[in-house]
Ligand binder design. Structure first.
Ligand SMILES: [Zn+2]
Length: 630
């Protein structure tokens, strides 16, 4: 998510109240969306939709339970029932009416392991207000209740939610589909020593009552409703941006994200005004399953991006970019997930190029390409080889299975290749228009394809293999090739080591860990053969001190290599790392390599470590790793 600056009310009004002409155009381009069915919701959104949601919630850390009511304001309708998604929630009662409430009947369907249950509320045709009284349970998968020991301060507990893809229904009863966009408001009560923040306008200071009011006045999909509660302080980083963190991390955050105001201006320079007023970040505990999550106005971030050298700031460029791709223009269904992520990885790289130059951008894209080719191989050998297509078919599957390098990196390479074909200038004009035309809409891949054909390719008379890129498996031959000299040098050194040559005599003579940036080390580790000797591993460790490395990303790749080469002297450190960190991308590969080992001692080590670590993981990571070690 990225975000910037004041956006005048006037512009928002223009966006919301489009002229009749625009409306017609939008209706036409959205015809496809209206006929599309989101397979991951039970809600009858084609008959009745929530337009505004108001939450009144009491956050109880002692019982690890949220108690409250979700008040839904509904669209015009002529129907006698409204269906909402719920999972792991206890429904206490349902009522209709705004000021005067009348109890009404509800039924709950048998729970589906993936989708949860359908909560059907009986209403009169034309009903405007539906209120659902409920509480969360220990099966509310979006919620991560962290005990004080797992925070930096170690005095107060911490709670955060993770809604994407279909987990919001496990802490709020609602129509949980990215096809429907709503505004929301909330009254949240928390213990008075803590502060609550949401993907909305936020307080910057605690109040003695522990009562906070929130408003999100822009329409968002349900997966972007988010809440964090902890002992947090706010550090402003510029006119309209800043960061919430525990006070222990405030200085490190202020340094690491010092370029945030520049990033916001760079992003606006590329694709137009930031439409969400304020852009803040909240630093979560290490258990957060992702590097970052683009909750609008308030990116949720994992402390593993505090590398100390600003080498992981591309995560913030990425989340900021989501303020356009993903949050402003949203995938209508999870099969269209690449519309969110492919555009964002492309956009993130453009921001990085703008601020740090082309060499840095190329280094990042080269690393992504390494990840992509490895992922394609894995997917082709897995149960769903067709998952290397950009447009997915995730019917009856968990949308999380679509969160691979295909959506992210193949998607970005598609756009980079397209840019290389039509020229950057035309590409940028097209993308600016795309974000304007579809602002605050949820669209399908097909709507994008239609736009691409009629607004870019046909007017310029350019042929492009769109179908192959989007609907066929694998990576098309015409993909753009990106080289980085910096990384080529590391590849050469690793290849020498693979050939049995002594790299410590010349190449690494007198070298220190900080002579190379994170991405150079990743490239080096990834190029080294798993057959490399334990002796070489020992020498690397002695010279560069990887065992005590503080950069979590370098460390993850170092441990993968240690697992591959059976360098078991690392096991103690590796176990500590896997217990502390819950970011799925950093830990899944280590567990996978241990489980792929031919030696049972590695399987035992992986399982024993998971047992020790699992209570500190969010549901998202826990369920993934559980599959790996099964
Ligand atoms: Zn993303």
């Amino acid at each position: 998510m990225k975000y910037t600056y004041i956006f005048s009310i006037l512009i928002i009004q223009i966006l919301f109240s489009c002229s009749p002409n625009q409306e017609n155009e939008n209706n036409e381009s959205l015809a496809h969306v209206e006929t599309t069915k989101d397979q991951h919701t039970r809600a009858n959104i084609e008959e009745i939709r929530t337009t505004h949601l108001h939450l009144e919630l009491d956050i109880n850390f002692e019982n690890k339970t949220i108690y409250g009511v979700a008040r839904h304001q509904m669209s015009e309708n002529n129907i006698d029932h409204a269906i909402f998604d719920i999972k792991g929630l206890e429904i206490i009662k349902t009522t209709v009416g705004e000021k005067e409430e009348t109890a009404t009947d509800f039924t709950i369907s048998k729970e589906d392991e993936l989708l949860g249950s359908a909560l059907t509320v009986k209403i009169e045709p034309g009903t405007q207000f539906i209120n659902i009284y409920y509480q969360t349970t220990e099966n509310s998968e979006a919620l991560d209740w962290l005990p004080a020991e797992l925070t930096e301060g170690k005095v107060h507990p911490y709670l955060y939610t993770q809604g994407q893809a279909i987990l919001t229904r496990s802490w709020i009863p609602l129509q949980d589909s990215p096809m429907n966009r709503i505004t929301y408001s909330a009254d949240i009560t928390v213990p008075s020593e803590l502060i609550a923040v949401m993907s909305a306008d936020n307080p910057t200071e605690k109040n003695a009552e522990g009562e906070y009011h929130f408003m999100m006045k822009q329409k968002i999909p349900s997966y972007l409703i988010a809440l964090a509660v902890g002992d947090l302080v706010y550090t402003s980083l510029g006119e309209n941006c800043g960061i919430y963190s525990e006070k222990e991390l405030a200085d490190a955050c202020a340094y690491e994200f010092g370029d945030l105001p520049k990033m916001i201006s760079a992003a606006e320079g590329l694709y137009g005004e930031y439409l969400w007023d304020q852009y803040d970040i909240v630093m979560l505990p290490y258990s957060f399953p992702f590097g970052g999550m683009e909750n609008p106005r308030l990116t949720f971030a994992n402390p593993t991006i505090l590398a100390g050298d600003r080498s992981s700031t591309s995560v913030i460029a990425h989340e900021l970019a989501h303020s356009w791709s993903g949050n402003l223009v949203t995938n209508a269904t999870w099969d269209d997930f690449w519309l969110n992520e492919g555009f964002t990885v492309y956009f993130e790289n453009r921001i990085m190029e703008e601020i740090y130059g082309k060499e840095t951008a190329d280094v990042l894209a080269t690393i992504e390409y390494q990840d992509l080719t490895a992922s394609i191989k894995d997917i082709e050998n897995g149960d769903f080889p067709e998952d290397t297509r950009l447009k997915l078919e995730l019917n009856e599957r968990n949308p999380d299975e679509g969160m691979t390098d295909i959506a992210y990196v193949k998607g970005a390479f598609f756009l980079r290749t397209l840019e290389n074909t039509v020229g950057r200038k035309k590409m940028d004009v097209f993308l600016n228009q795309y974000f304007l035309d579809h602002a605050f809409q949820s669209i399908t891949t097909e709507v994008f394809v239609e736009d691409l054909k009629t607004k870019l390719l046909e007017p310029t008379n350019i042929d492009f293999n769109i179908d192959e890129w989007i609907y066929q498996a694998g990576l098309p031959e015409n993909h753009i090739k990106i080289d980085s000299k910096k990384l080529a040098k590391m590849i050469a050194i690793a290849e020498k080591a693979n050939a049995g040559k002594d790299i410590f005599l010349n190449d690494f003579k007198g070298a220190k860990r900080n002579d190379f940036i994170t991405q150079e080390w990743l490239t080096f580790f990834r190029t080294l053969s798993p057959e490399v000797s334990i002796k070489t591993m020992e020498k690397l460790d002695k010279q560069f001190l990887f065992s005590s490395e503080s950069n979590a990303i370098i460390k993850s790749d170092w441990f993968k290599l240690s697992a591959q080469t059976h360098y078991r002297a690392q096991n103690v450190e590796m176990q500590k790392y896997l217990i502390k960190i819950g970011r799925r991308w950093l830990i899944e590969g280590i567990y996978q390599i241990l489980m792929d080992s031919k030696e049972t001692v590695d399987h035992d080590f992986a399982r024993e470590t998971f047992e020790l670590a699992k209570d500190g993981y969010h549901f998202v990571s826990r369920s993934t790793i559980e599959e790996v070690v099964k």
